[in-house]
Write a new protein. Structure first.
Length: 387
């Protein structure tokens, strides 16, 4: 080894290596710092309690992946979709990609109210409206879209349209609320679901990020569509890693939310007892107590409980009727009857995941929120579960 190599070249190479490592560490630190700063901004938003879910969904959107939001509370699902698609939050959530994300939010229930005989071409016309508004007159993308119209939005034309978004670096974020209402509709056909699958999963990262929301899980959806797809793979199995079930908040998360209010320890405990751990129920219970205190009721807790019950009664009816019969029966048996629950293992697991069952310190099942217990006790059995 020459003296030049030993005393000059090796030290220079060592110095460059150290500089490279330091630069890489600094870049990583700055990147994490930017994400952390943005996340802290998200956490301070009024949509309390769902910060982890929002950050996770944001990640799927930015990387062109698809996801599913499952909850029996439509307002909880709707709040999250509204926040993710709100232009006033766009830069805060998506940074430099904000201008390249095109959100299309479609409520399936409203779609069929307006057009009970809705066909796939009607669906796609509505779903693609926000995207088409971005097209320049006489642009190549507009011509592809017009070809799709002429061909009743068949899979080939739609796939070509989604692929051509990439040169523009655009991504269509298609949000389908109350997705489960597609079942037993005119759109409950193999061709429709296969097209959704093709557009959202065949190109990675995809220029179509699909977010569905509803009351049933992907597993339940697969079971309900098995009859129209007996030999094929489940239509939405590519989304399974992106499924988010909106269950209860932890005790510490609930305590953190309630500490922001000017409530005593007794009042916080009262809210948690009647409302359980779903953010929407907590918000309604908090509002009821605030009103009772502001109107200087003699028994504010009792009045708040009655007010809260009146607000959620129809919601609880819809929830009980929306569950599969055996799921509903599991809750009724737990509250009203002294019977063994070993025949309801799958149903109990589902209810726990959705945040309607918790285990107490003795490892016994307890219904949450407690208002649901009162509702089941005060309602005739024949009016509880939809047969």
């Amino acid at each position: 080894m020459s003296i030049l190599t030993l005393y000059y070249i090796i030290p220079v190479l060592a110095g460059l290596t150290v500089a490279f490592v330091v630069a890489a560490i600094y870049y990583t630190f700055q990147t994490q710092k930017e994400h952390l700063s943005r996340d802290k901004s998200i956490l301070s938003n009024a949509l309390a309690g769902r910060k982890k879910e929002i950050i996770r969904l944001r990640g799927y959107i930015l990387t062109g992946q698809s996801s599913a939001i499952v909850s029996m509370l439509s307002q909880d699902r709707s709040n999250i979709l509204g926040y993710l698609s709100d232009p006033s939050h766009s830069e805060e959530l998506y940074g430099k990609q904000a201008d390249k994300l095109i959100f299309s939010r479609l409520d399936i229930h409203s779609l069929f109210l307006k057009n009970p005989t809705c066909q796939p071409e009607h669906f796609w016309e509505q779903a693609l409206k926000p995207l088409v508004e971005k097209f320049e007159p006489d642009s190549f993308l507009l011509k592809i879209y017009q070809t799709c119209q002429a061909n009743q939005f068949d899979e080939y034309c739609l796939d070509k349209l989604i692929i051509q978004l990439k040169p523009e670096k655009w991504r269509l974020v298609l949000m389908l609320e109350r997705f489960d209402e597609l079942l037993d509709s005119n759109l409950d056909k193999p061709e429709f679901f296969a097209t959704l699958r093709q557009l959202a999963s065949s190109h990675f990262p995809s220029s179509l990020s699909l977010i569905i929301s509803g009351e049933i899980s992907l597993k339940q959806f697969h079971e309900k569509t098995r009859s129209i797809n007996p030999k094929g793979s489940p239509y939405l199995n590519f989304m399974e890693s992106g499924e988010i079930v909106l269950g209860n908040l932890s005790d510490s998360e609930i305590d953190e939310l309630l500490r922001e209010m000017s409530f005593s320890k007794q009042e916080r405990q009262f809210i948690q007892n009647i409302a359980g751990g779903h953010p929407h129920f907590l918000q309604l219970a908090t509002s009821a107590l605030q009103i009772a205190k502001e109107t200087q009721e003699e028994q504010p807790l009792e009045m708040a409980k009655k007010d809260f019950y009146s607000r959620v009664e129809s919601m609880l009816t819809n929830i009980m009727h929306s569950w599969d019969l055996k799921v509903c029966q599991a809750l009724v048996v737990l509250v009203k009857e002294n019977k063994p629950l070993e025949f309801f293992n799958d149903e109990l697991s589902l209810l726990e995941k959705q945040g309607f069952l918790v285990k107490d310190s003795q490892n016994q099942w307890q219904v949450s929120p407690h208002v649901l217990v009162d509702f089941i006790k005060n309602t005739k059995p024949e009016n509880l579960c939809k047969h």
